[in-house]
Ligand binder design. Structure first.
Ligand SMILES: [Mn+2]
Length: 324
């Protein structure tokens, strides 16, 4: 179904829930709140469904307080749920098992399994927010006009784009990405404020964790692979349970000659690993060989019932065989 047709379906819906993937990142939250605020401005009855509590670093987005982790099931009168930035039914931050209405799945993950009644998956979109921007235009939001609404919505969508493009540095950035960003800039979206809120906003202890993690980082396999390990005791020492580590792993990729960065985090029942690659090395394959998944340049895996040391051995082995 085309985006224009989807906009007509949305216009026909009476009550709409909007949700995203579990542990929502800046794209998930920005896309959802951008759509929510836009639809609300257009007079639609719309609300957020979220098992997750939206992280503090995204609280500057309008209506983010509605992501309080308390609305999990759609209300009885909901006839449509729009799921954004989520590749599979299992990963939705909502319980839709008993939902009888229409599920609209809008996403940019190439691995999306088309779980919706309506599916719109565009892997060329750097962020799901690019699709939401176009959808909102079809719905009647005029992004040429500077209003309180376009500014609020624009701040949400710009946040998504900055998040999923690594602040415009990744290879997923296209002409469309910059065009949308430029149009949002033109109506007054504050790129510096967004960047600062997202990245220059760390707690002192988070910075210490980065320091300790980097101190013990190792280079392996001809200095092409950087490995960072984070133990539970280190995280507990610094009072940083459930913190995000995506910014730590990106430091490892900044090293000259490093092709693959690995971050292994000790968990209660095993270890979680994130993998990133700088050029074209497919880390998704490595993650998949260990039971995980993701994208070519960013993937993850959870390995159960292992020590962090054993997890490290398994991952190195998998990388070694993938490199040969
Ligand atoms: Mn995304």
């Amino acid at each position: 179904m085309s985006l224009r047709d989807i906009s007509i379906q949305i216009n026909n819906a009476e009550k709409i829930g909007i949700t995203y993937h579990v542990s929502p990142d800046g794209d998930a939250v920005g896309s959802a709140l951008g759509l929510l605020n836009g639809l609300r401005f257009l007079g639609k009855d719309v609300y957020l469904i979220s098992k997750d509590i939206i992280s503090d670093s995204l609280r500057y987005l309008k209506s983010s307080e509605e992501g309080d982790g308390e609305t999990i099931v759609p209300t009885k009168d909901t006839d449509m749920v729009i799921v954004l930035d989520c590749g599979s039914f299992e990963r939705i931050s909502a319980d839709l098992k008993k939902f009888k209405g229409e599920i609209v799945n809008i996403d940019h993950h190439i691995t999306n399994d088309h779980y919706g009644d309506i599916n719109y998956v565009d892997p060329k979109a750097a962020a799901t927010a690019e699709i939401v921007f176009e959808l909102l235009e079809f719905l009647g939001i005029d992004f040429n006009e500077k209003t309180e609404t376009t500014l609020d919505v624009g701040t949400c969508l710009y946040t998504s784009i900055v998040t999923d493009t690594g602040a415009f540095r990744h290879s997923n950035v296209t002409f469309r990405t910059h065009t949308i960003a430029a149009r949002l800039k033109k109506i007054g979206v504050n790129n510096t404020f967004i960047y600062t809120s997202l990245f220059d906003n760390k707690s002192f202890n988070k910075m210490k964790l980065i320091g300790r993690a980097l101190t013990d980082m190792e280079l392996l396999l001809d200095n092409k692979v950087a490995i960072i390990q984070i133990t539970e005791s280190l995280v507990k020492d610094l009072g940083l349970l459930n913190h995000d580590t995506s910014d730590i792993i990106s430091f490892a990729l900044q090293i000259k000659g490093v092709e693959i960065a690995v971050l292994i985090k000790e968990a209660e029942d095993g270890a979680k690993a994130s993998l990133r690659s700088k050029n074209n090395f497919d880390v998704r394959k490595i993650a998949e060989s260990l039971g995980g998944g993701g994208h070519i340049k960013a993937a993850g895996v959870k390995i159960k019932d292992v020590t962090i040391k054993q997890a490290r051995e398994k991952i190195i082995e998998a990388i070694e065989s993938a490199m040969n």
